[in-house]
Design a protein around this ligand. Structure first.
Ligand SMILES: Nc1nc2c(c(=O)[nH]1)N[C@H]1C(S)=C(S)[C@@H](COP(=O)(O)OP(=O)(O)OC[C@H]3O[C@@H](n4cnc5c(=O)[nH]c(N)nc54)[C@H](O)[C@@H]3O)O[C@H]1N2
Ligand SMILES: Nc1nc2c(c(=O)[nH]1)N[C@H]1C(S)=C(S)[C@@H](COP(=O)(O)OP(=O)(O)OC[C@H]3O[C@@H](n4cnc5c(=O)[nH]c(N)nc54)[C@H](O)[C@@H]3O)O[C@H]1N2
Ligand code: SF4
Ligand SMILES: [Mo]
Length: 867
């Protein structure tokens, strides 16, 4: 029988059906009955089965790097936290947690810190993610309420996508939008983003605003609405306050309106059903909260909120970002959407928890928390389900802080991360498929994650680890849960406790935990605020007077604006998606996207290596030249880290500038410069076994200034470059025993090696004085081939497919492994629609995540034909 669970990646929260065969093989498919996805999955969800093996898992507690038992580890954690609290007070300890914890884990972590330790020093990676939306919601609505549902995107006549690459980051929601638009072609879509993305492909109009131009854009819209009779005066009078001040502030921002912006204003003004979807292009900014309110102002002014097909819609990133907000996991929140600064709320929660020491004031937000770790105020820190050495701004300083901290505990599922290398105690947590509990998606829908695998090694669920530490600190009776169902029931009871409609967050008793079906809170398909009913003291929604601030951070030394974000097939710091060969092929290296003119000015050619530098440091990544990037701007993905590349952690470059209301860091607008990295030698290798890339293990490769490692079918692929040629690299990579054949073209500086064991390739290595021109996909295929014939071996060092073999080109469709060259060839043979490509090659017919990319190849090909 299938296990019904929920995808552990993005906040769309797709239902997943898992079947385990008699041999233990796991098959994953979309749950046709889950109301988030109705059976769909994206490339990441579809590849989940590739990420659950136990390679690289953390399976036992470790103390100072040595294996330890649970009792010893838990005793040490509890005793060290207790001693720090006794000696220095409760604010000398902190938890840094994650929107990837389940609600039950999150609830007990928050309860322990805020009710029993007596500090609010618990913050979460949601600070880097959703906190500006939380702050904007609370300013406007009086509570952190998401008014609408996913269905609104399908019912709208205009969908405005602001700072959100929905096609790659919320792919199933994007597919629902694309399907709705196909069914109702009159629907209009506008994208607002400084760069053109795959999401732009669906837009009728794209506004390529300057970084942080959003407040000015939406203030201009408010003025336009006021001046063109598009204001809902009745709604404003009945349900809101502050309109005049907000409009006056918006007018002060007024400037010339370009034609494309005017077209957007006009479309917005005359369309009743408008949904504005936004995510990190809005939140991750020093003006993040103001951006949120500038958007909400326009919806309040038109009364377009909480009605089918109308409303502002902040889409959440992580699978349980919303659950974390419900339990109050942010340092400035309490629990069940209550407010830590409200004495009545503190008293209520304290009574409900029978808490000995309810926190009296907000705790430290993420950036300030790591500063307090750095300067010694925090003596003991526990990090759970997040990788701040990669994902926090000023990541280098975060690492220095971890190194300086007397006691760092890290709960994770993998054995090696950039954060774990600083852990005094490493605790093995249960991962997806093993853990059991609930998550809440972007539309307030709570779904179960259910286990279908046994706990591996000594791994334990996070909730249990936290409760075991709480018990050892003397709080056993308040943390004596036997299972996550008991925690969920308490969480639900707190949401109803002395509520009587005064708080938005309320969930009914769900009865049997195991039988919980995906459900909306507070009631099925309920939306908020169509008829007022805000959670402010006077029940009115609050317009906010916001003003656009100067946002250009560039100067003569750092003339480019660095923007960061995500790619389609990787998840954050790659601890899970990096295990999947399929997902690692879409984009296999860290890169910088740059406009060809800016690249030319810096002397950078396509596929060159580029040094991206800010005032804080430099990284080395591959250059991708594209006109989708606006001049003067560059884009680097956030994913690559020291486990997968030599120096590509983009957060080492990002100063921790934060939004004044939310404390959310500005990850998308940093002054930078770029230069070509001149290597003496470029290399590419495919390898059966993962190469050890540390200087100690592979001295020959240690001078490599650049390397990037990716999983591929049958092994690993490695790109690298060195300023000085390495000695004897082939032997270091292949081992002394492999039968190696070699080709040297001294004039051209090319060397190629192939090593075999039996009839299989152990590895192939290609070196050149310029970026290696060998088909990556073809080379990867050789790892799976049989080499009985010596001539076939020679083809490997010839570095090209033999006659009759085609190079698939860069992978576009991850599900079926279809490359760009194959798609282009099919277009040439008359397949001129995405559907026709699907019929011919199957590309795009499973998860659909690549459909916009296929569309782009078709368009490019037609353009070429027309020229
Ligand atoms: N494939 C994949 N999907 C994911 C994730 C992942 O790691 N991989 N992570 C999940 C998580 S936790 C999150 S939070 C979401 C994030 O989802 P998104 O917010 O969609 O992702 P990002 O790529 O971070 O940023 C979105 C866009 O903001 C644009 N932007 C930058 N500056 C500005 C600006 O000033 N104004 C405007 N309007 N736009 C700007 C960027 O160019 C970028 O295209 O994705 C979730 N889904
Ligand atoms: N420059 C830049 N930086 C950014 C962003 C950006 O757009 N640009 N985006 C920010 C955003 S929105 C986010 S959400 C963050 C994400 O950043 P992180 O939270 O640091 O990224 P993840 O890789 O998701 O880290 C999750 C960790 O938890 C582990 N893990 C997985 N499952 C479990 C579990 O069940 N239990 C435990 N204990 N551990 C588990 C994983 O192995 C991994 O090490 O990055 C932020 N940083
Ligand atoms: S859209 Fe993809 S990553 Fe997000 S929940 Fe659905 S299957 Fe998972
Ligand atoms: Mo996020």
């Amino acid at each position: 029988m299938s296990v019904r669970t929920t995808c552990p990646y993005c906040g769309v929260g797709c239902g997943v059906l898992v079947d385990t065969g008699p041999d233990g093989a796991v098959a994953v498919r979309g749950d046709p009955d889950h109301p988030a996805n109705y059976g769909r999955l994206c490339s990441k969800g579809a590849a989940l089965a590739e990420t659950i093996d136990l390679d690289d898992r953390l399976l036992h507690p470790r103390i100072a790097g040595r294996a330890a038992g649970w009792d010893e580890a838990l005793d040490l954690v509890a005793a060290t936290f207790a001693r720090a609290i006794a000696d220095h007070g409760p604010d000398a300890v902190a938890f840094y947690v994650s929107g990837q914890l389940l609600t039950e884990d999150y609830y007990v972590a928050n309860k322990l810190m805020k009710g029993f330790i007596g500090s609010a020093n618990i913050d979460t990676n949601s600070r880097l993610c959703m906190s500006s939306s939380v702050a904007g919601h609370r300013r406007a609505f009086g509570a952190d309420t998401v008014p609408g549902t996913y269905e609104d995107l399908e019912l709208a006549d205009l969908v405005v996508l602001v700072g959100t690459n929905l096609a790659w980051c919320h792919p199933v929601l994007y597919q629902r939008l694309a399907a709705a638009r196909q069914a109702r072609p009159q629907m209009r879509i506008v994208t607002v983003d400084p760069r053109r993305t795959m999401t732009t492909e669906i837009a009728d109009l794209h506004l390529g605003i300057a970084a942080d131009g959003d407040v000015a854009l939406f203030n201009g819209l408010l003025v336009h609405l006021a001046d063109h009779g598009a204001i809902d005066h009745e709604y404003i009078a009945a349900h809101t306050t502050g309109f005049d001040a907000a409009l006056a502030a918006a007018r002060a921002d007024a400037g010339p309106v370009p034609a494309d912006v005017a077209a957007f204003y006009d479309l917005f003004a005359r369309t009743d059903r408008v949904v504005t979807v936004y995510s990190q292009g809005v939140n991750q900014s020093t003006a993040g909260t103001d951006k949120v309110n500038a958007i909400i102002n326009c919806h309040l002014a038109t009364g377009r909120i909480g009605r089918p097909g109308a409303g502002p819609f902040s889409v959440t990133g992580q699978p349980n970002a919303m659950g974390g907000r419900e339990v109050g996991g942010l340092a400035n929140m309490l629990a069940a959407h209550m407010d830590i600064e409200n004495p009545a709320h503190r008293d209520r929660v304290a009574r409900f928890w029978q808490a000995p020491a309810i926190a009296a004031k907000p705790g430290l937000k993420a950036v300030d928390m790591f500063r307090a770790v750095a300067d010694g105020r925090i003596k003991a820190l526990w990090i759970m389900a997040t990788n701040p050495a990669v994902s926090m701004p000023e990541a280098g300083l975060v690492e220095a802080a971890l190194q300086a901290c007397p006691f760092v505990v890290v709960s994770d599922i993998v054995a090696a991360t950039d954060t774990l290398r600083h852990a005094d105690v490493a605790l093995p947590a249960a991962g997806w498929g093993e853990k059991d509990g609930t998550v809440t998606n972007s539309e307030r829908r709570i779904s179960r994650q259910r286990p279908f695998l046994a706990l591996p090694g000594a791994a334990r669920p996070d909730w249990r680890i936290i409760c075991d530490v709480a018990a050892r600190m003397g709080f056993g009776s308040a943390f004596a849960y036997r299972n996550p169902g008991e925690i969920f029931a308490e969480h639900a009871a707190l949401s109803r406790f002395e509520n009587a409609g005064t708080r938005d967050f309320a969930i009914a008793d769900q009865g049997d935990f195991d039988a919980i079906e995906p459900f909306h809170w507070p009631a099925p398909d309920r939306r908020f605020f169509a008829a007022g009913g805000f959670f402010t003291p006077d029940g009115r929604g609050r317009f906010q007077a916001v003003t656009a601030a100067a946002a250009d951070r560039t100067d003569g030394a750092f003339p480019l604006t660095l923007n960061t974000g995500r790619v389609r097939d990787h998840w954050h710091t790659m601890t899970r998606t990096g295990k999947s060969p399929r997902l690692s092929q879409h984009l296999a290296e860290p890169y910088v996207e740059i406009h060809p003119d800016d690249a030319a000015a810096a002397g950078i050619g396509d596929a060159d290596l580029a040094r991206v530098e800010t005032a804080l440091g430099a990284i080395l990544v591959r250059a991708l030249l594209t006109r989708r990037q606006a001049r003067g701007t560059i884009f680097v993905p956030m994913h690559w880290n020291d486990q997968f590349a030599a120096r590509a952690r983009v957060d080492t470059l990002i100063p921790a500038l934060t939004d004044p209301y939310s404390g959310q860091p500005a990850s998308k607008n940093v002054a930078a410069r770029i230069g070509r990295f001149a290597a003496a030698v470029y290399g590419f290798a495919v390898l059966r076994d993962r190469p050890a890339l540390s200087p100690a293990l592979s001295p020959a490769l240690s001078p490599a200034d650049y390397w990037a490692l990716a999983r591929c079918a049958g092994g690993w692929r490695l790109e690298f470059a060195c300023a000085t040629p390495p000695d004897d690299l082939a032997a270091a990579l292949f081992g002394p025993d492999a039968a190696t054949i070699a080709y040297h073209d001294r004039a051209g500086g090319r060397q190629r090696f192939a090593a075999f064991a039996g009839d299989r390739l152990v590895g192939a290595l290609f070196l050149a004085a310029e970026p290696v021109a060998v088909s990556r996909d073809w080379a990867v295929d050789q790892l799976q081939a049989r080499f009985d014939d010596p001539r076939a071996r020679l083809a490997v060092i010839a570095g090209r497919p033999g006659p009759g073999l085609v190079d698939r080109g860069a992978t576009v469709c991850s599900c079926f492994g279809i490359g760009a060259n194959q798609i282009a060839a099919a277009v040439g043979q008359g397949c001129t629609t995405v559907a026709a490509i699907g019929e011919a090659l199957r590309a795009g017919t499973n998860c659909g995540s690549c459909r916009s990319e296929i569309g782009r190849i078709i368009d490019a090909h037609r353009l070429e034909a027309a020229e």
